[in-house]
Design a protein around this ligand. Structure first.
Ligand SMILES: *Cc1c(COP(=O)(O)O)cnc(C)c1O
Length: 403
């Protein structure tokens, strides 16, 4: 049992708390599921990019899937070896591409023909050979929230199968490009296996047709997307996930790369917030707390559900309330119509499943400093990011004030 009250008193609120032992379990379970094949788990840094979190995965042997050069630099700082770092994303700029090539990472995940041309040009300028993989869009409906669906032709990600084939032939004929992988990532918070299996089949067939024209890839990169339980979702077991993918690879000698983000950290994380006031009007009961959309955006952005627990209040009768923050937006809420007991000033609420896409989506909107972050590991706790101060927030502006 985590003593949330003690953590809240010691580090103040709002506060993020991460259970590193839970992250270890998730990593080991997924790694074990792919046993019997060469595999790399490349943790998707954007899910939770705190350096200590990334280092924790580095220590477990993880790679990193990065979507900006900033994330690539974080991966290096945290000790992920270059040969396990992947750089994905629809819009990489020239400087980012150049640095990725110079850092000699495992491969750049290319998402358009135009980008392939840029990568080739920059590799030539550097007199380098750049390993690439191509992100294909298998046009599969992942049956998840439209904002986190990525594998349909209506989404901006990847290229269709026919363009991909042209791109592989182009890359093979270039002395500045080395096509080593193929990648797909159909969406996030996936809870159904069929779309994953279908996508893997399409991409595995593509590999076979490339082999027929002497293009031999080494990496089969299935992206991330493994869903987690926020409320009552039935999720995919790691073993079934791995089997569905491996089952499509008969006769192919490939290293499987998997890029889990949410699966690794979501349920390792808790967001602690204190009650400021209650108020009621004719229609609604509001619980006003010190945490807000600038700390945890998912409810506002996706209408996402997070379980909320009122600490030491379990014997009182709950009624429905909106849990709202101090930010000046009607969209600033952590929950709507959520059953909660009567609450008073300083009561503590724990928002569950906040370890992925929580802190990282935070902002300084309303000149609110971002929360501190605390790690729990082997029964001990430690600060892994201090709370932002007002001085931090104005530091980049102050020097221009009187110019
Ligand atoms: C976001 C992302 C991931 C991680 O997705 P999760 O749903 O958090 O597992 C993996 N790969 C790519 C390319 C991504 O953009």
């Amino acid at each position: 049992m985590i003593d949330f009250r003690e953590l809240a008193d010691k580090y103040k609120t709002p506060l993020y708390v991460y259970d590193f032992d839970y992250m270890t379990q998730q990593y080991e379970a997924l790694k074990e599921a792919f046993r019997g094949r060469k595999s790399i788990l490349a943790y998707a840094v954007k899910a939770n990019s705190n350096l200590s979190v990334v280092k924790h995965f580095a220590d477990l042997g993880s790679g990193a899937d990065c979507v900006s050069i900033g994330e690539v630099r974080r991966a290096f700082l945290a000790g992920i070896p270059s040969y396990r770092i992947i750089f994905s994303g629809v819009g990489k700029n020239d400087d980012e591409i150049r640095e990725a090539i110079e850092r000699d990472i495992l491969y750049i995940n290319v998402e358009s023909e135009a980008e392939l041309n840029r990568v080739e040009l920059i590799a030539k300028e550097l007199d380098a050979v750049c390993r690439i993989s191509i992100r294909v869009n298998p046009n599969i409906d992942p049956k998840t929230h439209p904002y986190i669906s990525t594998g349909l032709h209506g989404n901006k990600f990847g290229v269709d199968i026919n363009s991909a084939k042209r791109m592989y032939i182009f890359a093979k004929n270039s002395d500045a490009l080395d096509p080593v992988g193929i990648h797909f990532h159909i969406g996030s918070q996936l809870t159904e296996l069929d779309p994953i299996r279908e996508a893997a089949e399409i991409v595995a067939d593509m590999i076979r047709s490339l082999e027929a024209i002497d293009i031999e890839l080494k990496f089969f990169d299935v992206g991330g997307g493994l869903g987690v339980k926020y409320k009552d979702e039935v999720t995919i077991a790691p073993y079934d996930y791995a089997q569905a993918i491996l089952g499509t690879l008969t006769g192919l000698d490939l290293t499987v790369i998997c890029e889990p983000g949410r699966f690794m950290t979501a349920n390792a994380g808790y967001f602690l917030t204190k009650v400021l006031y209650e108020k009621e009007n004719q229609e609604k009961r509001f619980v006003i707390v010190d945490g807000a959309m600038n700390d945890l955006l998912r409810p506002s952005l996706y209408n996402a559900y997070h379980k909320i627990e009122a600490i030491n209040k379990s014997d009182e009768q709950p009624t429905q309330a909106d849990v709202v923050g101090p930010v000046c937006e009607s969209g600033d809420f952590l929950a709507k119509d959520y059953p909660l007991p009567p609450l008073e000033h300083n009561d503590l609420l724990v928002v569950h499943s906040a370890g992925a896409y929580g802190f990282g989506m935070g902002s300084n909107y309303n000149t609110r400093g971002r929360s501190a972050e605390v790690a729990l590991e082997n029964g001990a706790e430690r600060l892994i990011r201090r709370r932002e101060t007002f001085d931090d927030l104005v530091a980049l502006e102050l020097e221009y004030l009187n110019k």
